[in-house]
Write a protein that binds this ligand. Structure first.
Ligand SMILES: Cc1cc2nc3c(=O)[nH]c(=O)nc-3n(C[C@H](O)[C@H](O)[C@H](O)COP(=O)(O)OP(=O)(O)OC[C@H]3O[C@@H](n4cnc5c(N)ncnc54)[C@H](O)[C@@H]3O)c2cc1C
Length: 392
């Protein structure tokens, strides 16, 4: 098989890249290790920045998101049992976020690709990248018991944190920056209407809690737990009890419902630089991970591939490599802004195992300042809705 861009991974990054390239007449083949059913039901992120919403709208993917997504113009910071609203509208000149499950976006992108009869291969195995430092790289994989090879001009490594693309770069080329946090998030999806119209980020002596949602009838809730916690130690009754304790507030109550899904996710910050080697370009979680506190992971993935799609379009149209050469530096400026914001939100809102009374007072002082000072609240708001550099 031959194509211009071989895309490894059908998450938000890979599928969106394929979509953007097809709009520009650039051929691609997407390969994915999981089944279609699996990727369409994998519950992960759910917050789209304003810029992501605009990108989806502008490129013809926004129709269902506009109908079913929930537009939020603020979030609540809850500490000492009291809510403090961060009003995005007034602090950012009318910008907002849209709550729309990552798996819904994945469904939309798969539907578009298959309707156009463009290649998307599920359930591939033993994926290998070849000759990535040459002008004729290739990707090979097993499917239906035989090995297939895609000859291509460029490989897009969109295969997430545990994929093969990043590890295909020779040792010593990439610089890694990493922080692993001493806690994890226990997340549940519950078939119950959200108990709040907006997300509630809650600081509590027993640990962080987050009330989020995926639709008017589905709640998404999280609890900070120890990094080595096991999910079987958390029956549903214990989860709801802990959520009630941490989220407790006067004149407010948490509505409970059936837990549809639950799991524990590690918290990590991670970046590799550069996001390119030869004809391999890394996008999304393959190149960087943020703790979910800042709701940045899916947004960074979408931004990376919008930059990459533009650079590839110029390359295939004119042969000019300048934008491709600048791809990594261009992405990394935004990546590091999101890294800092995600780390900052995580540090302000979580209880660290070595936390003492002094540390607690510092966190409370920072929270109080963030909600009291318009400058500090603006900083949170503009990062949350997506910081746009004056020059990109
Ligand atoms: C468990 C988990 C929970 C998360 N929860 C949240 C959250 O609550 N809020 C939030 O903001 N963000 C969350 N995130 C982050 C967010 O979901 C990611 O940033 C986002 O999925 C990045 O998209 P991506 O396309 O780069 O990577 P992915 O979504 O990981 O997609 C990569 C794709 O590549 C496939 N793949 C892997 N290896 C190969 C291979 N060798 N060959 C072919 N295909 C391969 C994978 O199956 C996957 O479909 C979570 C992430 C994880 C892992």
């Amino acid at each position: 098989m031959r194509t211009q861009v071989a895309i490894v991974g059908a998450g938000p990054a890979g599928l969106m890249l394929a979509h953007l390239l097809s709009r520009e007449g650039v051929d691609s083949i997407v390969i994915e290790t999981r089944t279609r059913e699996y990727v369409e039901h994998r519950v992960r992120a759910g917050v789209l920045e304003q810029g992501s919403v605009d990108l989806l709208d502008a490129t013809g993917v926004g129709e269902r998101m506009r109908r079913e997504g929930l537009v939020h113009r603020g979030i609540q910071l809850r500490f000492g049992g009291v809510d403090h609203r961060i009003d995005f509208g007034s602090l950012t000149g009318g910008r907002a976020i849209t709550v729309y499950g990552q798996q819904e976006l994945v469904k939309d992108l798969i539907a578009i690709r298959l309707a156009a009869d463009l290649p998307l291969v599920f359930e591939v195995g033993d994926v290998q990248l070849h000759d990535i430092d040459s002008e004729h790289p290739s990707v090979s994989y097993m499917v239906h018991g035989s090995r297939t090879t895609i000859e291509c001009d460029v490989i897009a490594g969109c295969d997430g944190f545990h994929g093969v693309s990043r590890d295909s770069v020779p040792a010593g080329v990439l610089t890694t920056y990493e922080r692993v946090y001493p806690f994890a998030w226990l997340g549940i999806l519950a078939a119950v209407a959200p108990s709040s119209e907006e997300l509630i980020y809650c600081y509590h002596a027993r640990g962080f809690a987050l009330l989020s949602m995926r639709s008017p009838s589905v709640s998404r809730l999280y609890l900070q737990v120890p990094a080595d916690e096991r999910i079987d130690e958390w029956p549903d009754t214990r989860i709801w009890e802990e959520l009630r304790t941490r989220l407790a507030s006067d004149d407010w109550s948490l509505t409970e419902g059936p837990v549809i899904e639950k799991g524990i996710s590690a918290m990590r910050s991670f970046v590799v630089e550069p996001m390119q080697f030869g004809r391999l370009f890394l996008s999304g979680d393959a190149a960087h991970i943020v703790p979910p506190t800042g709701a940045k992971g899916m947004n960074l993935a979408l931004r990376d591939v919008s930059i990459l799609a533009e650079a590839l379009t110029v390359f295939f149209t004119t042969g000019d490599t300048q934008l491709l050469d600048e791809y990594s530096a261009h992405c990394l400026r935004r990546v590091w802004r999101a890294q800092h914001f995600s780390w900052w939100m995580t540090s302000m809102l979580h209880r660290f195992p070595d936390s003492d009374a002094y540390q607690t007072q510092l966190q409370l002082a920072q929270l109080a300042y963030t909600v009291d000072s318009r400058a500090a609240a603006t900083s949170l708001a503009e990062n949350y809705v997506g910081y746009e550099w004056a020059t990109t």
